[in-house]
Design a binder for this molecule. Structure first.
Ligand SMILES: [Zn+2]
Length: 399
Protein backbone atom coordinates (compact mmCIF):
# COMPACT_ATOMS: atom_id res chain seq x y z
CA UNK A 1 0.00 0.00 0.00
CA UNK A 2 1.24 3.45 -0.97
CA UNK A 3 0.54 6.46 1.25
CA UNK A 4 1.57 10.05 0.90
CA UNK A 5 1.71 12.62 3.69
CA UNK A 6 1.35 16.11 2.23
CA UNK A 7 1.43 19.61 3.66
CA UNK A 8 4.14 19.03 6.31
CA UNK A 9 5.53 22.40 7.39
CA UNK A 10 8.90 21.02 8.56
CA UNK A 11 10.55 17.62 8.77
CA UNK A 12 13.07 17.29 11.61
CA UNK A 13 15.55 14.44 11.68
CA UNK A 14 19.11 13.89 12.87
CA UNK A 15 21.89 13.99 10.28
CA UNK A 16 24.33 11.34 11.55
CA UNK A 17 26.97 12.18 8.93
CA UNK A 18 27.33 15.84 9.84
CA UNK A 19 26.12 15.29 13.40
CA UNK A 20 23.60 18.14 13.19
CA UNK A 21 19.85 18.59 13.23
CA UNK A 22 18.42 18.44 9.73
CA UNK A 23 15.38 20.65 9.15
CA UNK A 24 13.53 20.77 5.83
CA UNK A 25 10.49 22.94 5.02
CA UNK A 26 7.38 22.10 2.97
CA UNK A 27 7.89 18.38 2.55
CA UNK A 28 5.90 15.36 1.46
CA UNK A 29 6.64 11.80 2.58
CA UNK A 30 5.85 8.73 0.51
CA UNK A 31 5.33 5.50 2.47
CA UNK A 32 5.24 2.02 0.97
CA UNK A 33 3.96 -0.60 3.44
CA UNK A 34 6.14 -0.12 6.53
CA UNK A 35 8.95 1.90 4.89
CA UNK A 36 9.66 5.49 3.92
CA UNK A 37 10.11 5.44 0.16
CA UNK A 38 10.76 9.11 -0.56
CA UNK A 39 10.91 12.54 1.07
CA UNK A 40 10.64 15.56 -1.21
CA UNK A 41 8.94 18.90 -1.83
CA UNK A 42 6.63 17.43 -4.45
CA UNK A 43 6.03 13.72 -5.01
CA UNK A 44 4.01 12.96 -8.14
CA UNK A 45 2.98 9.38 -7.75
CA UNK A 46 -0.43 7.76 -7.74
CA UNK A 47 -1.09 6.53 -4.19
CA UNK A 48 -3.81 4.63 -2.31
CA UNK A 49 -4.13 7.22 0.46
CA UNK A 50 -3.23 10.88 0.93
CA UNK A 51 -2.90 12.22 4.47
CA UNK A 52 -3.07 15.99 4.93
CA UNK A 53 -0.63 16.98 7.69
CA UNK A 54 -2.36 20.38 7.95
CA UNK A 55 0.94 22.23 8.33
CA UNK A 56 2.12 20.04 11.21
CA UNK A 57 5.82 19.44 11.88
CA UNK A 58 7.13 15.88 11.60
CA UNK A 59 9.66 14.06 13.78
CA UNK A 60 10.72 10.43 13.97
CA UNK A 61 8.78 8.32 16.48
CA UNK A 62 10.49 8.57 19.87
CA UNK A 63 12.63 5.71 21.20
CA UNK A 64 12.73 4.95 24.93
CA UNK A 65 15.82 2.85 25.57
CA UNK A 66 15.40 2.16 29.31
CA UNK A 67 12.15 1.07 31.02
CA UNK A 68 10.96 -1.36 33.73
CA UNK A 69 7.23 -1.75 32.90
CA UNK A 70 6.66 -5.41 33.88
CA UNK A 71 5.19 -5.06 37.35
CA UNK A 72 1.93 -5.34 39.26
CA UNK A 73 0.22 -2.59 41.26
CA UNK A 74 1.96 0.59 42.32
CA UNK A 75 4.16 2.04 45.06
CA UNK A 76 2.28 5.28 45.72
CA UNK A 77 2.39 4.59 49.49
CA UNK A 78 6.16 4.60 49.35
CA UNK A 79 6.09 7.93 47.49
CA UNK A 80 3.89 9.31 50.28
CA UNK A 81 6.23 7.91 52.96
CA UNK A 82 9.20 9.62 51.29
CA UNK A 83 7.30 12.91 51.26
CA UNK A 84 6.66 12.43 54.98
CA UNK A 85 10.39 12.05 55.55
CA UNK A 86 10.78 8.26 55.74
CA UNK A 87 14.21 6.89 54.90
CA UNK A 88 14.98 4.10 52.45
CA UNK A 89 15.48 1.72 55.40
CA UNK A 90 12.14 2.62 56.98
CA UNK A 91 10.36 2.06 53.67
CA UNK A 92 12.09 -1.30 53.34
CA UNK A 93 11.10 -2.31 56.89
CA UNK A 94 7.49 -1.52 56.01
CA UNK A 95 7.62 -3.95 53.11
CA UNK A 96 8.23 -1.28 50.45
CA UNK A 97 11.02 -0.85 47.93
CA UNK A 98 11.95 -3.24 45.14
CA UNK A 99 11.14 -6.26 47.34
CA UNK A 100 7.44 -5.35 47.26
CA UNK A 101 7.45 -5.33 43.43
CA UNK A 102 9.21 -8.72 43.50
CA UNK A 103 6.60 -10.14 45.86
CA UNK A 104 3.75 -8.91 43.63
CA UNK A 105 5.27 -10.33 40.43
CA UNK A 106 5.98 -13.68 42.06
CA UNK A 107 2.43 -13.92 43.42
CA UNK A 108 0.83 -13.06 40.06
CA UNK A 109 0.01 -15.59 37.41
CA UNK A 110 0.85 -14.90 33.76
CA UNK A 111 -2.54 -13.34 33.01
CA UNK A 112 -2.40 -10.96 35.98
CA UNK A 113 1.13 -9.86 35.17
CA UNK A 114 0.17 -9.45 31.51
CA UNK A 115 -2.90 -7.28 32.25
CA UNK A 116 -0.99 -5.06 34.68
CA UNK A 117 1.99 -4.67 32.34
CA UNK A 118 -0.30 -3.91 29.39
CA UNK A 119 -1.78 -1.09 31.45
CA UNK A 120 1.74 0.14 32.20
CA UNK A 121 2.87 0.08 28.57
CA UNK A 122 -0.16 1.26 26.57
CA UNK A 123 0.09 4.97 27.50
CA UNK A 124 3.64 5.19 26.07
CA UNK A 125 2.11 5.13 22.60
CA UNK A 126 0.12 8.33 23.04
CA UNK A 127 3.25 10.14 24.23
CA UNK A 128 4.82 9.45 20.84
CA UNK A 129 7.05 6.52 21.80
CA UNK A 130 7.08 4.08 18.90
CA UNK A 131 9.88 1.79 20.12
CA UNK A 132 10.84 0.95 23.67
CA UNK A 133 13.19 -1.32 25.53
CA UNK A 134 11.57 -3.23 28.42
CA UNK A 135 13.38 -5.02 31.21
CA UNK A 136 12.33 -7.98 33.30
CA UNK A 137 13.79 -7.90 36.80
CA UNK A 138 10.99 -8.03 39.36
CA UNK A 139 10.84 -11.84 39.29
CA UNK A 140 14.41 -12.79 40.23
CA UNK A 141 13.73 -16.51 39.87
CA UNK A 142 13.98 -18.54 36.70
CA UNK A 143 10.23 -19.08 36.54
CA UNK A 144 9.27 -15.46 37.26
CA UNK A 145 11.89 -13.94 34.96
CA UNK A 146 10.72 -16.18 32.12
CA UNK A 147 7.11 -15.24 32.92
CA UNK A 148 8.05 -11.53 32.74
CA UNK A 149 9.87 -11.92 29.42
CA UNK A 150 6.96 -13.89 27.94
CA UNK A 151 4.65 -11.04 28.97
CA UNK A 152 6.88 -8.61 27.04
CA UNK A 153 6.69 -10.87 24.01
CA UNK A 154 2.89 -11.09 24.13
CA UNK A 155 2.44 -7.31 24.53
CA UNK A 156 4.94 -6.66 21.74
CA UNK A 157 2.83 -8.84 19.46
CA UNK A 158 -0.38 -7.07 20.39
CA UNK A 159 0.35 -3.34 20.59
CA UNK A 160 1.40 -0.84 17.92
CA UNK A 161 4.76 -0.27 19.58
CA UNK A 162 7.95 -2.30 19.19
CA UNK A 163 9.21 -3.59 22.53
CA UNK A 164 12.77 -4.92 22.74
CA UNK A 165 13.25 -7.29 25.69
CA UNK A 166 16.09 -7.12 28.21
CA UNK A 167 16.78 -9.79 30.82
CA UNK A 168 17.54 -8.04 34.12
CA UNK A 169 17.78 -10.96 36.51
CA UNK A 170 20.66 -9.02 38.08
CA UNK A 171 18.38 -6.24 39.35
CA UNK A 172 18.77 -7.08 43.06
CA UNK A 173 19.82 -10.07 45.13
CA UNK A 174 16.73 -11.95 46.34
CA UNK A 175 16.55 -12.49 50.11
CA UNK A 176 16.79 -16.28 49.86
CA UNK A 177 20.30 -16.32 48.32
CA UNK A 178 23.80 -15.03 48.93
CA UNK A 179 25.19 -12.95 46.09
CA UNK A 180 27.55 -15.74 44.99
CA UNK A 181 24.72 -18.27 44.89
CA UNK A 182 22.46 -15.92 42.95
CA UNK A 183 25.13 -14.95 40.40
CA UNK A 184 25.67 -18.67 39.77
CA UNK A 185 21.93 -19.19 39.21
CA UNK A 186 21.84 -16.28 36.76
CA UNK A 187 24.85 -17.61 34.81
CA UNK A 188 24.16 -21.34 34.95
CA UNK A 189 20.37 -21.50 34.77
CA UNK A 190 18.69 -18.26 33.78
CA UNK A 191 20.85 -16.97 30.91
CA UNK A 192 21.11 -20.35 29.10
CA UNK A 193 17.34 -20.98 29.22
CA UNK A 194 16.35 -17.43 28.33
CA UNK A 195 18.75 -17.45 25.39
CA UNK A 196 17.54 -20.84 24.26
CA UNK A 197 13.91 -19.70 24.29
CA UNK A 198 14.89 -16.49 22.48
CA UNK A 199 13.19 -14.35 25.11
CA UNK A 200 15.70 -11.49 25.33
CA UNK A 201 17.94 -9.43 23.06
CA UNK A 202 19.85 -7.70 25.85
CA UNK A 203 21.16 -8.60 29.31
CA UNK A 204 21.42 -5.83 31.92
CA UNK A 205 23.10 -5.68 35.35
CA UNK A 206 22.59 -3.30 38.26
CA UNK A 207 26.29 -2.67 38.87
CA UNK A 208 26.48 -0.76 42.17
CA UNK A 209 27.90 -1.24 45.63
CA UNK A 210 25.52 -3.45 47.65
CA UNK A 211 24.02 -4.91 44.44
CA UNK A 212 26.32 -6.51 41.84
CA UNK A 213 30.00 -5.61 42.09
CA UNK A 214 32.41 -5.35 39.16
CA UNK A 215 33.42 -9.00 39.35
CA UNK A 216 29.78 -10.26 39.46
CA UNK A 217 28.79 -7.90 36.66
CA UNK A 218 31.67 -9.02 34.46
CA UNK A 219 30.80 -12.66 35.04
CA UNK A 220 27.09 -12.17 34.26
CA UNK A 221 27.62 -10.04 31.16
CA UNK A 222 30.42 -12.23 29.76
CA UNK A 223 28.16 -15.25 30.15
CA UNK A 224 25.31 -13.34 28.49
CA UNK A 225 27.58 -12.43 25.57
CA UNK A 226 28.63 -16.04 25.11
CA UNK A 227 24.92 -16.88 24.72
CA UNK A 228 24.39 -14.11 22.13
CA UNK A 229 22.77 -11.52 24.42
CA UNK A 230 23.97 -7.91 24.10
CA UNK A 231 25.19 -6.38 27.39
CA UNK A 232 23.86 -3.11 28.82
CA UNK A 233 24.43 -1.76 32.33
CA UNK A 234 23.02 0.33 35.17
CA UNK A 235 26.27 2.14 35.97
CA UNK A 236 27.67 4.82 38.27
CA UNK A 237 24.32 5.88 39.71
CA UNK A 238 25.29 6.31 43.38
CA UNK A 239 29.04 5.97 43.64
CA UNK A 240 31.88 5.73 41.13
CA UNK A 241 33.69 2.43 41.25
CA UNK A 242 34.49 1.82 37.62
CA UNK A 243 31.21 0.50 36.20
CA UNK A 244 31.54 2.69 33.08
CA UNK A 245 35.04 1.37 32.48
CA UNK A 246 33.68 -2.16 32.72
CA UNK A 247 30.87 -1.27 30.29
CA UNK A 248 33.39 -0.01 27.76
CA UNK A 249 35.69 -2.98 28.34
CA UNK A 250 32.87 -5.50 27.79
CA UNK A 251 31.53 -3.64 24.75
CA UNK A 252 28.20 -2.96 26.48
CA UNK A 253 25.82 -1.19 24.09
CA UNK A 254 24.83 1.31 26.78
CA UNK A 255 25.78 2.47 30.27
CA UNK A 256 22.85 4.10 32.05
CA UNK A 257 22.33 6.65 34.91
CA UNK A 258 25.91 7.99 35.28
CA UNK A 259 25.20 10.61 37.94
CA UNK A 260 28.42 9.62 39.70
CA UNK A 261 30.68 9.17 36.64
CA UNK A 262 34.11 10.86 36.72
CA UNK A 263 36.72 11.85 34.11
CA UNK A 264 38.14 8.34 33.93
CA UNK A 265 34.71 6.87 33.26
CA UNK A 266 33.89 9.50 30.64
CA UNK A 267 37.16 8.77 28.86
CA UNK A 268 36.42 5.05 28.85
CA UNK A 269 32.94 5.57 27.36
CA UNK A 270 34.25 8.09 24.81
CA UNK A 271 36.78 5.51 23.58
CA UNK A 272 34.09 2.87 23.08
CA UNK A 273 30.83 2.48 21.17
CA UNK A 274 28.89 2.41 24.43
CA UNK A 275 26.05 4.96 24.49
CA UNK A 276 25.88 7.02 27.69
CA UNK A 277 22.22 7.04 28.71
CA UNK A 278 20.83 9.74 31.02
CA UNK A 279 17.67 9.18 33.06
CA UNK A 280 16.82 12.58 34.58
CA UNK A 281 13.24 11.50 35.38
CA UNK A 282 14.53 9.39 38.27
CA UNK A 283 16.54 12.23 39.79
CA UNK A 284 13.48 14.50 39.51
CA UNK A 285 11.04 11.93 40.90
CA UNK A 286 13.26 11.23 43.92
CA UNK A 287 13.74 14.99 44.49
CA UNK A 288 17.50 14.65 44.35
CA UNK A 289 19.67 17.45 43.07
CA UNK A 290 22.58 15.68 41.42
CA UNK A 291 21.59 15.17 37.79
CA UNK A 292 23.89 13.40 35.34
CA UNK A 293 26.12 15.95 33.64
CA UNK A 294 25.30 15.56 29.96
CA UNK A 295 27.52 18.51 29.01
CA UNK A 296 30.65 16.88 30.45
CA UNK A 297 29.77 13.60 28.74
CA UNK A 298 29.23 15.16 25.30
CA UNK A 299 32.24 17.49 25.59
CA UNK A 300 34.27 14.45 26.68
CA UNK A 301 33.36 12.70 23.41
CA UNK A 302 30.45 10.44 24.45
CA UNK A 303 27.23 9.87 22.49
CA UNK A 304 24.25 10.27 24.76
CA UNK A 305 20.72 8.89 24.82
CA UNK A 306 17.86 10.00 27.07
CA UNK A 307 15.30 7.56 28.44
CA UNK A 308 12.42 7.52 30.92
CA UNK A 309 13.53 4.76 33.35
CA UNK A 310 9.78 4.21 33.87
CA UNK A 311 9.42 1.94 36.94
CA UNK A 312 7.10 1.62 39.95
CA UNK A 313 9.54 2.87 42.60
CA UNK A 314 11.64 5.74 41.34
CA UNK A 315 10.06 7.21 38.18
CA UNK A 316 6.55 6.98 36.77
CA UNK A 317 7.17 9.41 33.88
CA UNK A 318 6.45 7.91 30.46
CA UNK A 319 6.65 11.01 28.28
CA UNK A 320 9.97 11.53 26.51
CA UNK A 321 8.95 15.15 25.85
CA UNK A 322 8.99 15.65 29.62
CA UNK A 323 12.32 13.85 29.90
CA UNK A 324 13.73 16.26 27.30
CA UNK A 325 12.39 19.17 29.36
CA UNK A 326 14.26 17.84 32.43
CA UNK A 327 17.44 17.22 30.45
CA UNK A 328 17.42 20.77 29.07
CA UNK A 329 16.89 22.20 32.53
CA UNK A 330 19.29 20.02 34.50
CA UNK A 331 21.75 18.07 32.34
CA UNK A 332 23.37 20.94 30.45
CA UNK A 333 22.50 19.74 26.96
CA UNK A 334 20.95 21.57 24.00
CA UNK A 335 17.61 20.94 22.31
CA UNK A 336 19.41 19.46 19.28
CA UNK A 337 21.43 17.09 21.49
CA UNK A 338 18.29 16.05 23.36
CA UNK A 339 16.48 15.41 20.06
CA UNK A 340 19.29 13.11 18.90
CA UNK A 341 19.21 11.45 22.33
CA UNK A 342 15.61 10.22 21.94
CA UNK A 343 15.84 9.39 18.24
CA UNK A 344 19.10 8.43 16.51
CA UNK A 345 21.32 7.79 19.56
CA UNK A 346 18.53 5.85 21.26
CA UNK A 347 18.26 3.66 18.15
CA UNK A 348 22.02 3.02 18.37
CA UNK A 349 21.65 1.96 21.98
CA UNK A 350 19.03 -0.58 20.86
CA UNK A 351 21.15 -1.79 17.94
CA UNK A 352 18.52 -0.52 15.48
CA UNK A 353 20.17 2.51 13.91
CA UNK A 354 19.90 1.01 10.42
CA UNK A 355 16.12 0.98 10.51
CA UNK A 356 14.62 3.43 13.04
CA UNK A 357 15.32 6.80 14.64
CA UNK A 358 15.49 8.86 11.44
CA UNK A 359 13.05 10.16 8.83
CA UNK A 360 15.05 8.81 5.94
CA UNK A 361 14.46 6.84 2.76
CA UNK A 362 14.30 3.07 3.37
CA UNK A 363 13.87 3.56 7.12
CA UNK A 364 10.81 2.20 8.94
CA UNK A 365 7.97 4.75 8.74
CA UNK A 366 7.69 5.58 12.46
CA UNK A 367 6.62 9.23 12.23
CA UNK A 368 4.94 11.74 14.55
CA UNK A 369 3.00 14.73 13.22
CA UNK A 370 2.79 17.54 15.79
CA UNK A 371 0.38 20.46 15.73
CA UNK A 372 3.28 22.82 16.49
CA UNK A 373 5.35 25.36 14.55
CA UNK A 374 8.84 24.60 15.87
CA UNK A 375 10.77 21.72 17.46
CA UNK A 376 11.48 23.74 20.62
CA UNK A 377 7.76 23.64 21.48
CA UNK A 378 7.97 19.91 22.25
CA UNK A 379 9.70 20.42 25.63
CA UNK A 380 8.12 23.87 26.08
CA UNK A 381 4.49 22.67 26.22
CA UNK A 382 4.62 20.37 29.23
CA UNK A 383 1.59 18.51 27.83
CA UNK A 384 2.97 18.51 24.28
CA UNK A 385 1.77 14.96 23.68
CA UNK A 386 -1.72 16.48 23.42
CA UNK A 387 -0.33 18.27 20.35
CA UNK A 388 0.42 15.02 18.53
CA UNK A 389 -1.90 15.05 15.54
CA UNK A 390 -1.04 11.70 13.95
CA UNK A 391 1.21 8.73 14.76
CA UNK A 392 2.53 6.36 12.09
CA UNK A 393 3.96 3.07 13.38
CA UNK A 394 5.52 0.74 10.82
CA UNK A 395 3.79 2.85 8.16
CA UNK A 396 0.39 2.31 9.72
CA UNK A 397 -1.69 5.25 10.93
CA UNK A 398 -2.50 4.31 14.53
CA UNK A 399 -4.41 7.31 15.87
ZN1 LIG B 1 16.67 1.20 35.44
Amino acid sequence: MLKKIVNISKVYTWDPIQNILDEKSNQQILIKDDRILKIDKEINKKVDLIIDAKKCIATPGFIDSHTHPIFVGNRANEFQMRLNGSTYEEIKENGGGILSSIKNVRESNFEELYLNSLKNIKPFINYGTTTMEAKSGYGLSLKDEIKSLKVIKKINNELDIDILPTFLGAHAIPEEYSSTEYVDIICNEMIPQIAEQNLAIFCDVFCEEGYFNLEDSRKILSTAKSFGLIPRMHADEFKYFGASELASDLGAISADHLMAINKKGIKALANSNTIATLLPGTTFFLKKNKYANGRDLIDGGCSIALASDFNPGTCTIRSLSNIVFLALQHCGITLEEAFAAITYNASKSLNKSNSIGLIKENYIADILLWDLDELNEIPYWYDSSTKIYKIFKNGKLIN
